[in-house]
Design a protein around this ligand. Structure first.
Ligand code: FES
Ligand code: FES
Length: 158
């Protein structure tokens, strides 16, 4: 049986009718049209569907929408800063950290969660913590360079 729930997504409250088994990914993409959150494997193995929940990275394809009630959900659509690209988005563009772009929202949000925990992580830490985000195009080198470039900017809060 469907139930109406409220979710806080990118700072806005959305009232949505969901089934108890709807995943957060289904709600974001199929009910709200937030297509920046990608559906890759749909079984928790690729990282393409990563969103932030209260600042931590979660795989929205294996999280029930009802488990996100009362939490702050951030998708790639909510990352810009008043219309300007977030420093991570800018760095991915400037450093060539993407090709087809399919993995990019998940990569950027995972990187944001890492930088929220630790301002200046080493490249080894970034590689380890981003190991769950798969990319079929870039070979990863430019992605890590893009994240490292942001960690070198001093005084910025993520
Ligand atoms: S789509 Fe969620 S981990 Fe692949
Ligand atoms: S840029 Fe194509 S999957 Fe990563």
């Amino acid at each position: 049986m469907k139930q109406a729930i409220e979710l806080n997504i990118n700072g806005d409250t959305h009232e949505i009718l969901v089934s108890p088994n709807n995943t957060l990914l289904e709600v974001l993409r199929d009910k709200l049209g937030l297509m920046g959150t990608k559906r890759g494997c749909d079984l928790g193995a690729c990282g393409a569907c990563t969103v932030l929940i209260n600042g931590d990275a979660y795989l929205s394809c294996i999280m029930l929408a009802v488990d996100a009630i009362g939490k702050e959900i951030l998708t790639i659509e909510g990352l810009d800063e008043g219309g300007d690209l977030h420093p991570l988005q800018r760095s991915f563009v400037e450093n060539g950290g993407l090709q087809c772009g399919f993995c990019t929202p998940g990569m950027i949000l995972t990187a944001k969660a890492i930088l929220g925990e630790e301002k200046h992580p080493t490249e080894e830490v970034i590689k380890r913590k981003m190991a769950g985000n798969l990319c079929r195009c870039t070979g990863y080198k430019k992605i890590f360079e893009a994240v490292m470039s942001v960690t070198e900017q001093s005084g910025k809060e993520f």
